[in-house]
Design a protein around this ligand. Structure first.
Ligand code: SAT
Ligand code: MN
Length: 614
């Protein structure tokens, strides 16, 4: 992670596993050999994912200064990495979908001709690993034996990337076994290059099952198994094969009568997916017997089971979560997950060797080292941790990880939640009238931009199904695919909801307490699914009453609740116009059902305004 990438240390050349090589197909071997020919590393290291290998890699990074060991008593086996200051987020402007036909990338993606791009990148990769180690990591996405599992090989010259991939995916024996069962694999080629932002390219070749990424070591740009494989390439195969690859957390919620309901939720990056996935119900709910367990916090793959329902697996094996704002108050399960075996990136370092970030419990340290390695004091006017600083940790350490985490069949999904950051307009929660209406809600999902991607934070943008930066093909075809999945699943499809935890009052204060109290919304959803929850039909969808949210015990001002659930005609006419304009960008391929839904909404608002019900 330093700007001059670590050099190969011949004495660290261990773990090269002839067994790993031999068990992979000739095709895989040929590809790895051709990459070595191109990039010219000093050493090729086949990763086994073993603890011994991880220890040696970390020793290498500690020696070259790219990793700082943390206080062993407070955070056993945990480390801090600091990135280049110009390499802290995904770079959507330099991310390309290089489909054979430009039209298949669609208006939301950058496109470049695949033949041109491979040739262009070939020049950047030529000799780029000279004097470095080339790490080859065969990995598995999804539980062993799952019909949805996929395999890939990531090649990288960054030990930091290796350490992350080994936490975020299943690496080693279980991945290798799966290679022999799978008809194909994804090839991911990554090099740190020289971290020059001008040479940064994250390129996807969906027709070749290939990703090439150059000059960034940041998560979504460099851990190619994550957004590049598990979303961009997987979304393309999902469409072809009739399933869904989504930017969704998945949780299981157990009611006091023992019935378990699984809910998936799509939120743009840095909008609280991890907190929601690990939610600890309020004390009274815990006492009553409510319980939440986590399947995943970022990506879900969903397919129809034999019973016709939609089942989800989490293709990942770890969490790559946003640190700032994570605390015992907001996400105690995350804090407990982060006790040991954690790789922190760009957080602040206290003098006692523990970590700190804005929003962590307790007072800020009187002095510490900030994410850039500079001395920091509370009055220095800069954040100590980067707003997109992260933790990488195995999901198995999470105290509320679901017993179904490794279940190859996945879990049946009863509800899908869409949500974004909206200071105005969007009420706390409402239920879609049906799958088509829900697809429209997803397609027009809008959120204020966060620090997870480069660009201006706070700007409102459409982020359909929270997949804007992650759909590997034309968004209109993607919506069509959603509609077709709905036709196939019929009455057994999950119900769809829209939530907004971020509505503010006139003074800019959040109206809803969020975090733990989001349980009220989840409970209402579970009640609706079980035909028990009261709902009020509004032009937007079905909404709860204050009573069905048990809002009385929250101590909100009566106007606050009213404001949280308000549908304001002026705001909604503007919203419907914005949506129409947005959908028009896809006009040649846009499923007509979506425009029809927008028109129907406009009409319902008019009618309700005339009747005086909103
Ligand atoms: O893209 S990452 O996976 O690095 C984080 C995010 O934006 O969700
Ligand atoms: Mn994400």
């Amino acid at each position: 992670m330093s700007s001059s990438p670590p050099q190969a240390n011949p004495s660290a050349q261990t773990g090269t596993s002839p067994n790993t090589r031999q068990s992979l197909s000739a095709q895989a071997m040929q590809w790895v050999d051709s990459v070595a020919q191109l990039t010219r590393p000093q050493i090729v290291h086949w990763c086994t994912g073993s603890a011994d290998e991880a220890t040696r890699l970390r020793a290498l990074m500690i020696r070259d200064g790219s990793l700082v060991p943390l206080n062993e008593a407070a955070h056993p086996n945990s480390f801090l990495a600091r990135s280049d200051v110009n390499d802290v987020a995904r770079v959507e402007g330099r991310t390309f979908i290089c489909s054979r036909q430009e039209s298949n990338a669609g208006p939301s993606n950058n496109w470049s001709d695949p033949v041109y791009m491979q040739e262009f990148l070939g020049k950047l990769f030529h000799g780029c690993m000279r004097g470095r180690v080339m790490y080859v990591i065969p990995y598995l996405l999804g539980p062993v034996g799952s019909p949805l599992a996929q395999v890939g090989i990531q090649i990288t010259d960054s030990p930091y990337v290796v350490a992350n991939i080994c936490l975020m995916t299943r690496v080693g024996g279980e991945a290798i076994d799966e290679f022999n069962r799978q008809p194909s694999f994804v090839r991911g080629l990554h090099s740190t290059g020289n971290l020059d932002p001008e040479q940064r390219y994250i390129c996807h070749f969906p027709d070749d099952n290939l990703v090439m990424s150059f000059s960034s070591n940041y998560g979504g740009n460099a851990l190619l198994a994550k957004k590049c494989h598990a979303l961009r390439l997987a979304s393309v195969s999902a469409r072809r094969e009739g399933w869904l690859a989504e930017h969704m957390m998945v949780l299981g919620i157990t009611s006091p009568d023992g019935v378990k309901t699984y809910i998936a939720g799509a939120f743009p990056s840095s909008c609280g997916k991890t907190n929601l996935a690990m939610l600890v119900p309020p004390e009274a709910d815990l006492r009553a017997g409510w319980k939440i367990e986590t399947l995943g916090d970022d990506i879900a793959w969903l397919r129809f089971g034999d019973d016709g329902r939609l089942y989800a697996i989490n293709p990942e094996a770890g969490f790559f979560g946003v640190a700032p704002g994570t605390s015992r108050a907001t996400n105690p399960n995350a804090i407990d997950t982060l006790r040991e075996n954690v790789l922190f990136t760009n957080v602040a370092l206290r003098e006692n060797g523990t970590v700190w970030w804005e929003g962590l419990d307790g007072e800020p340290p009187v002095a510490c080292t900030d994410w850039t390695g500079q001395p920091w004091t509370p009055d220095c006017g800069r954040p100590a941790a980067h707003p997109n600083s992260r933790f990488t940790v195995s999901a198995r350490q999470c105290p509320c990880i679901s017993p179904d985490f490794d279940n190859p069949a996945g879990v049946p999904i009863s509800a899908i939640i869409f949500g974004g950051r909206r200071s105005t307009t969007m009420p706390l929660v409402f239920e879609a009238f049906n799958w088509q209406h829900g697809t429209y809600l997803g397609a027009t999902l809008t959120s204020e931009k966060t620090a997870a991607a480069a660009g201006k934070v706070g700007q409102l943008r459409f982020d359909p199904m929270a997949m804007l930066p992650f759909c590997g093909y034309h968004l209109a075809d993607y919506w069509q695919h959603w509609l077709e999945m709905g036709r196939r699943g019929g009455a057994l499809m999950p119900r769809i909801y829209h939530v907004n935890w971020f509505r503010k009052d006139w003074g800019g204060r959040f109206l809803w307490p969020g975090f733990r109290e989001n349980m009220r919304v989840l409970k209402w959803i579970v009640d609706r699914l079980r035909q028990r929850g009261t709902g009020v039909t509004t032009p937007l969808g079905v909404m709860p009453t204050g009573q069905s949210l048990e809002a009385g015990s929250l101590g909100l001002a009566p106007q606050a609740l009213e404001e949280l659930l308000a549908v304001k005609p002026d705001e909604w006419y503007r919203e419907v116009d914005r949506r129409e304009e947005f959908l028009a960008r896809f006009s040649d391929r846009l499923p007509p059902e979506l425009l029809a839904e927008n028109e129907a909404l406009r009409q319902r608002i008019r009618d309700a305004e005339l009747k005086g019900t909103i």
